[in-house]
Design a binder for this molecule. Structure first.
Ligand code: HEC
Ligand code: HEC
Length: 205
């Protein structure tokens, strides 16, 4: 049966809404980044949800850590990162981005992080074993989901993109940002092993 709520309860609920509204500054940032993401055409290549890239070899960027995204946008603009498809795709887009725009975009993309799912319990695949034994796990975290601060998450990333970036960091074609942390251990993996790891990581949910 319908029973009107006591007035005091309604008031306190309203007060809560007002308080939440007043402290939702990060949401305001996220909104800004969201608008930029649409206005600057990012969606055309990375997908409207930032995780359905236009084509194979393009990265998913939804939920990536903000510090890492910011550093990559800066490095692409400055030319410090110019490997792979950067010159033909990203470079012209970031040319007119101010640092504030990059911060807002990075915060927006990080805000799209989904709650972690339970670790998969399936049988070990060659790629999964290599991920654990070739030190990747030490820096990129369990299943590539919990990297050290400033390092990228690589779980569920596009397979071709993982392959290309790992090879480029190994060869030195990509040496921007903190890539010099990863480069010295890349003698541990052959191209075939990198392919197996990329296969595994791309399937992690
Ligand atoms: C024309 C297609 C295209 C557009 C538009 C585009 N990107 Fe990209 N983006 C790419 C490709 C391709 C790469 C990977 C480049 C490579 O091969 O290294 C990339 C890489 C990135 C990376 C680095 C990802 C990582 O894991 O290191 C970030 C971050 C990024 N883009 C964000 C953006 C944002 C933000 C916008 C809009 C301001 C944008 N991109 C617009 C194609 C595009
Ligand atoms: C000592 C730490 C370390 C180890 C070990 C390491 N990485 Fe990395 N990795 C990094 C860092 C740091 C970056 C980001 C570099 C930058 O700042 O641009 C990175 C970047 C990457 C990227 C590019 C991500 C992107 O979004 O563009 C891939 C893919 C990757 N690592 C795969 C691997 C694989 C596979 C292994 C094991 C064979 C591995 N890493 C081992 C530190 C490490």
């Amino acid at each position: 049966m319908f029973k009107p709520k006591p007035v005091t309860r309604q008031l306190s609920a309203l007060a809560m809404v007002a308080v939440l509204g007043a402290i939702s500054l990060p949401a305001a940032w996220a909104a800004d980044g969201k608008a930029l993401y649409a206005d600057k055409g990012c969606a055309a290549c990375h997908g409207e949800d930032a995780k359905t890239p236009l084509q194979e070899g393009y990265p998913k960027i939804a939920g990536q850590f903000a510090d890492y995204v910011f550093s990559q946008l800066k490095d692409i603009k400055s030319g410090a990162r110019a490997n792979g498809q950067v010159p033909d795709t990203m470079k012209p887009i970031v040319e007119d981005l101010a640092e504030d725009d990059m911060t807002a975009l990075a915060d927006y993309l990080a805000s799209l992080r989904e709650p972690p799912t339970a670790a998969a319990t399936g049988p070990a695949t060659p790629g999964k074993t290599l991920f654990l034994t070739k030190t990747c796990v030490a820096c990129h975290g369990k299943e590539g989901k919990k990297p050290l601060p400033g390092y990228p998450a690589i779980a569920g990333q596009d397979k071709g993109y993982i392959l290309a970036q790992t090879r480029d960091i190994k060869s030195g074609a990509r040496a921007n940002g903190k890539a010099n942390a990863m480069q010295p251990v890349m003698h541990l993996v052959t191209d075939d092993e990198i392919a197996a790891i990329a296969e595994y990581l791309s399937t992690v949910k």
